[in-house]
Design a protein around this ligand. Structure first.
Ligand SMILES: [Zn+2]
Length: 271
């Protein structure tokens, strides 16, 4: 599944490809990808809209149009391709935006789990799905007090994956953050000290920045988002590792909240 760093890389690449392009029409071959509004409305409203910018919130790509925001979540397998309008339509290309310059932006999704919303600009950030998102890792409002206020009496691993607290931390990154903060993933989030929360914020930024950096330097196009994932994996400290890089004890693999979790029992203590 693409995580925040991969989505950020897709955003940067897409921006170069689609900025200032005008959408003439949209062809939709799998209606369930369009979460809002109804397909016919979606197709009507998006006509003649120009893409002015591509932003990101959590794992949502946000295409800024003239009157709307087009939100796109890639979920498991979503990808974008630029094609000429006469190029044959491939099997998994479910949504196609036709530009006035004769090119297409094609959304490809083998699993069909991706979602798109077309929302009026004025209200887009105060309604679903964006209103449910927590703070970005780099938001200045992300403080130990904010975390202590938001944390539930659940394992910290689960809380780091809760997108309504901090948005954009995926499973691999949560393990890496907890390894760097030396916190056992089973620790109840409500037991953490202010210092622990400070460290979580610090290392969340550090881990994601490093991942974006590798994504940004290694991915050749938005067509190969898995490539980013693969390169960052060579820099992982604990996730999928057999041995702790600090104390060299064997790492432990458990399941927390249904997610495979790696940690070092020796370095990461419960609170
Ligand atoms: Zn260790």
């Amino acid at each position: 599944m693409p995580e925040l760093p991969e989505v950020e890389t897709v955003r940067k690449t897409l921006l170069k490809e689609v900025k200032n392009k005008q959408i003439l029409s949209a062809s939709i071959y799998w209606n369930n990808i369009i979460a809002f509004p109804k397909v016919e409305e979606f197709q009507k409203q998006i006509q003649k809209q120009t893409i002015n910018n591509v932003q990101r919130r959590g794992k949502w790509l946000i295409f800024e149009l003239d009157d709307y925001y087009l939100l796109s979540h890639l979920r498991m397998e979503g990808k974008y391709f630029i094609r000429k309008k006469d190029d044959p339509i491939e099997k998994h290309q479910h949504v196609i935006f036709h530009f006035s310059d004769g090119t297409d932006l094609r959304y490809h999704d083998t699993r069909k789990f991706g979602k798109m919303y077309l929302l009026k600009k004025e209200t887009a950030f105060s309604e679903k799905p964006l209103c449910n998102l927590g703070l970005e890792p780099w938001d200045k409002n992300l403080t130990p007090e904010y975390l202590k206020n938001k944390f539930h009496k659940k394992p910290i691993k689960t809380e780091l994956l809760d997108q309504s607290i901090i948005t954009g931390i995926g499973n691999i990154y949560a393990d890496e953050i907890l390894f760097l903060t030396k916190i056992n993933p089973k620790t109840l989030a409500t037991n953490l000290s202010t210092k622990d929360c400070q460290n979580i914020i610090k290392f969340t930024k550090q881990v994601l920045e490093k991942a974006i950096e590798y994504g940004g330097t290694t991915v050749k196009s938005y067509e190969s988002s898995e490539g980013v994932h693969g390169r960052f994996q060579t820099h992982l400290l604990v996730h999928t590792k057999k041995e702790c890089p600090i104390c060299h004890s064997k790492t432990i693999k458990i399941t927390v909240g249904g997610r495979g979790t790696y940690y070092c029992k020796n370095c990461q203590k419960e609170r």
